[in-house]
Design a protein around this ligand. Structure first.
Ligand code: APR
Length: 247
């Protein structure tokens, strides 16, 4: 029998691309493309979220201040969609690498929580999380996985605000510092499934490059930052990650 039908499609990756086992301090820098194989739409690719919704109406502070109910309708729909999705093999490989190599750090732009559901820990969520809400009047931030969120208001009467870094928001300085420290000291940077066009997140990989780390980009498509990487793998995240961890 030619191969077991259960084996997933194996991506051949040239021997010139360094394998994860030869490194000790790996940083995985992940974007929406890593969750695409879990059925969660990306933002800019085909079927991307921003092709269907304008972020000015649903994902920025002005929209929330203008019509919090409308923003919460959009946000509850996203929570329902993501809650029905499962981590994929790409998330699981990253969690396995972190298990085997405790110096591994995950820096994600994703808000879906799939890294954590796959077993990754101390994930730096640069853009916040669908699964946290905060009250800016009381300065509290709580985990919440209700779908839909009920009630939508904090006990003080203010609307709960999704704990997401929306467009025009500042990123949490503590996250930036943790990410910078990890990128300065890593020996391998693996960018997975990001178009690399949203700042300041998009400039973080430069820190690892300037620090002399080996660098790999995993993306089926060329990106505006592909030329900055020593190795680019034109494959789906789950296949490429599995291949780089297997040998
Ligand atoms: N495996 C790997 N990469 C993939 C896959 C896959 N199976 N499918 C798509 N991709 C790639 C696309 O080619 C694209 O380059 O994932 C990338 C997704 O790009 P975006 O949709 O722009 O997502 P991302 O880079 O994470 O966006 C950054 O923008 O809207 C904001 O805050 C939001 O965190 C988000 C940020």
């Amino acid at each position: 029998m030619h191969g077991d039908s259960s084996t997933s499609k194996r991506t051949e990756i040239s021997r010139g691309v360094p394998r994860f086992r030869t490194f000790e301090r790996i940083v995985f820098f992940t974007g929406a493309g890593l969750s695409a194989e879990s059925g969660i739409p990306t933002y800019r690719g085909q079927g991307g979220i921003w092709h269907q919704y304008s972020y000015e109406d649903f994902a920025c502070q002005r929209a929330f201040d203008r019509d919090p109910e409308k923003v919460w309708d959009f946000h509850d729909a996203r929570r329902a969609k993501v809650a029905a999705c499962e981590p994929n093999a790409g998330h699981r490989v990253i969690a396995e690498v972190q298990q085997a190599k405790p110096g591994t750090v995950v820096i994600t732009q994703n808000i879906d929580g799939l890294h954590q559901r796959a077993g990754a820990h101390s994930v730096i969520e640069l853009h916040g999380s669908l699964w946290r809400v905060r009250c800016d009047r009381e300065g509290i931030n709580v985990a919440n996985d209700q779908v839909p969120l009920v009630p939508r208001r904090c006990a003080c009467g203010a609307y709960w605000r999704p704990d997401i870094v929306w467009f025009e928001d500042m990123l949490d300085p503590a996250n930036i510092q943790h990410a910078t420290d990890a990128l300065r000291s890593c020996d391998l940077l693996v960018s997975v499934g990001t178009s690399g066009v949203v700042y300041p997140a998009a400039e973080l990989p430069l820190i690892a490059m300037e620090a002399g780390a080996a660098t790999i980009e995993i993306n089926p498509e060329e990106t505006s930052v592909s030329r900055l990487y020593q190795h680019t793998i034109r494959a789906a995240a789950s296949e490429a990650l599995a291949a780089l961890w297997a040998e």
